[in-house]
Design a protein around this ligand. Structure first.
Ligand SMILES: NC(=O)c1ccc[n+]([C@@H]2O[C@H](COP(=O)([O-])OP(=O)(O)OC[C@H]3O[C@@H](n4cnc5c(N)ncnc54)[C@H](O)[C@@H]3O)[C@@H](O)[C@H]2O)c1
Length: 315
């Protein structure tokens, strides 16, 4: 039987979930948003999708098997816990929650549920990130020494939106953006054993940082610098891994290739990869985990650990 999906929070990123479900043969049947007009606007484009007024009505409708939660972080816990209590599978957008206490409640509910839960760390699924992981694990780069990852650029209207309100978002560029970087670092190089962060605020009238640099170290001694900013005038998005035997670079602006420079070589090799934003693969992995075909690449524990690293920086 076809899998049926519900979506709570029908704003910007939920559109990528709808596309991912469609591309994986899943029917989106149920929508809910505190702004009912937003859900109704989305329903216009999805044949047969019904709009609900509350989490409970949507979850108890009998119309969904899986749920995407695409609300702002402060509104992650309630629908996630309610879905898990009903054994409905959950794809929960990052960050897992706005605080570690809230994230812990979701972890506890996940432990009691038979449902699959994953957190929206879509970068793990990018073929380019998979290629970097292969170059690291198969020893091509040798022992990893240095790591840099940036996601910066002019972000759209952050000042007027929930992103810049700490009580809703849980934090600024570290929480919103570098949490992806923490997860990518953990996926490529292992646990964050140490961290230090510097933050800054350039925009007036907001109560979160809009630029940050997070230094991390893995247990083997690889040190990384994770940069994020919403106000940099020129965008940079890259992952740069340097080992004792070579260096690999993925520039998101050139999504179809990873560059490799071997020790002693001046020239870079170009390794072709399939461009992707990771959403189709994330949902494919979610469905496979639900069918018991493979384990979830991103677990609730991964979501919680990334949240913890960011919260440690704020503390
Ligand atoms: N994986 C990614 O790359 C990625 C990218 C962007 C955003 N996100 C995450 O997705 C989530 C949503 O971000 P967005 O950019 O789509 O935000 P958005 O503001 O565009 O959309 C959020 C939607 O949730 C609705 N909403 C707010 N509170 C609600 C509640 N209590 N119950 C139901 N609906 C509610 C809003 O009305 C809005 O329609 C955030 O957690 C964000 O960090 C992830």
């Amino acid at each position: 039987m076809a899998v049926r999906a519900g979506i709570i929070g029908t704003g910007g990123i939920s559109r990528a979930h709808v596309r991912g479900y469609r591309n994986n043969g899943v029917t989106v049947t149920a929508l809910m948003d505190v702004n009912r007009e937003a859900a109704e606007a989305m329903a216009v484009d999805i044949e047969g999708a019904k709009v609900f007024d509350t989490y409970g009505e949507l979850l108890d409708s009998g119309q969904i098997d899986v749920l995407s939660i695409c609300t702002p972080p402060v509104a992650h816990e309630e629908p996630a816990v309610m879905a898990l209590e009903r054994d409905i599978h959950v794809l929960l957008e990052k960050p897992m929650a706005h605080t570690t206490a809230s994230g812990r409640h979701i972890l506890d509910a996940a432990a009691k549920s038979s449902a699959v839960i994953t957190i929206g760390f879509r970068h793990r699924y990018l073929p380019a990130v998979q290629k970097l992981r292969e170059l690291i694990t198969n020893g091509t780069l040798g022992e990893i020494v240095l790591y840099q990852n940036a996601f910066t650029g002019p972000a759209f209207r952050m000042k007027d939106r929930w992103f810049s309100k700490k009580a809703i978002s849980g934090g600024g560029s570290l929480m919103d953006t570098s949490i992806h970087s923490v997860d990518i670092f953990r996926y490529l190089l292992g646990e964050v054993a140490e961290q230090r962060a510097l933050t800054a605020r350039h925009m007036d009238g907001i109560d979160v940082e809009d630029a940050s640099m997070l230094l991390v170290k893995n247990p083997a001694g690889a040190v990384g610098c994770l940069m994020a900013s919403w106000v940099a005038g020129v965008g940079q998005s890259f992952i740069d891994v340097t080992g004792q035997d070579g260096r690999a670079l993925f520039d998101y602006g050139q999504g179809d290739q990873v560059k490799l420079q071997r020790r002693g070589e001046k020239e870079w090799e170009t390794i072709a990869v399939r461009p992707s934003d990771g959403f189709d693969e994330e949902i494919d992995g979610f469905l496979k985990a639900i069918r018991g075909e493979e384990g979830m690449l991103v677990t609730a524990q991964d979501g919680f650990r990334a949240l913890e690293v960011i919260q440690n920086c704020y503390q």
